[in-house]
Design a protein around this ligand. Sequence first.
Ligand code: DOR
Ligand code: ZN
Length: 434
Amino acid sequence: MSADLIIRRARIFDPSQNLDEVGDILIRNGKVQALGTQVVVPSGKPIPELDAKGWLVTPGWIDIHTHLREPGQTHKETIRTGTEAAAAGGFTSIACMANTKPVNDSSFITTYIQQKVASESSINVYPIGAITKGLEGQELAEIGSMWEAGIVAISDDGKTVMNSYLMRKALDYSKRFNLAVVCHAEDAHLKGRGVMNEGFNSARFGLRGIPKASEEIIVARDILLTELTGARLHVAHVSTVGSVALIREAKRRGIQITAEVTPHHLTLTDEVVGTYDTNTKVAPPLREPQDIEAVTEALADGTIDALASDHAPHSVEDKEVEYDHAEFGMVGLETAFPLYYRVALQKGVSLKRIISAMTHKPAEIIGVSKGTLKVGADADITIFDPEMKYRINKNEFRSKSKNTPFDGWDVQGKVRYTIVAGKIVYQENAGGNR
Ligand code: DOR
Ligand code: ZN
């Protein structure tokens, strides 16, 4: 294993240092030692070279919303397959959600995940701890001891903490550790047994609806509780015009709030639910054209800080059932980038904003020193070909689960290399059958 490498003739694109120039990157001992047009190659033992002409080289991408399913549901995904999928998708770091079985609500589970990661993953994995024990919304999880073990945020993602008093306590307590509280915003009672966005299309398709208000009520509540406590809130998978307006206003008022949007909420409307393909069933649900417009604009102007996949693997048994009975969620790690890039190409969101939202912004939210190619930083690097066009094929996924509505989509922008601490952990075509 060599942690020395020279990347040649790259278009180095690093929003954290306002950099967009053609040059070389010298990596020694897993760190960025020099970059730019004047890199001097040290004499002595030759260093492996990678010619990146025509490709973009960015800080390694970070996905702060991944469901790895281990422990407990390893038929859907394991730490090994999930991190392989992440590397193939260009991600050098991911944060994994707490809704495993058992839930990551104690330092024991956090440590278990970290030990598995140490032996089975070639990328960085940062566990997120639960807010409440068992995600049951009744009492706080062991937040302090999980923080000591290394969690980077707390979240009951998949469920909303419906008890406002408990949510206040969690926000209050999180300040001690400067942990972001990640909110999954869906009022459980308003959502009820809804399976898609409530509106014209839910009536047309004969499916129970989930009103946008179910999201916006929780976003509004959590903004108020964040103001009350002075904590730090991160809103997961923003999906409506109303949520965007609330977040924009909260930021204007100086409340410490950040937000993310997923590839699917940027690219799909509830129209696609009319296929009754259960891979379109996701929480929060796919919304309407005006919502896509709002989240896209919010991404462009920075109201939405980060991009996040919400990679949610489910087995065939969970998905090949009636729409009402299918699980919520779709895989995302291996399709995220070309969908984000599509937003840049088709909607005019700048590449700088897209890459920021995949690198230094998510790093800030979870408080890790990643997302930059500054000299001295860990050499976590993603290299992609901005011109290459290809068709998404779910059978090529490394992920154990194939639940995607994007199979067969023609996209542009392909990951070529994923590099963690100077080591190549994914290489396009290395597998042979692509
Ligand atoms: O669609 C979703 N699936 N949304 C979530 O918030 C949770 C996720 C899951 O764990 O399957
Ligand atoms: Zn969620």
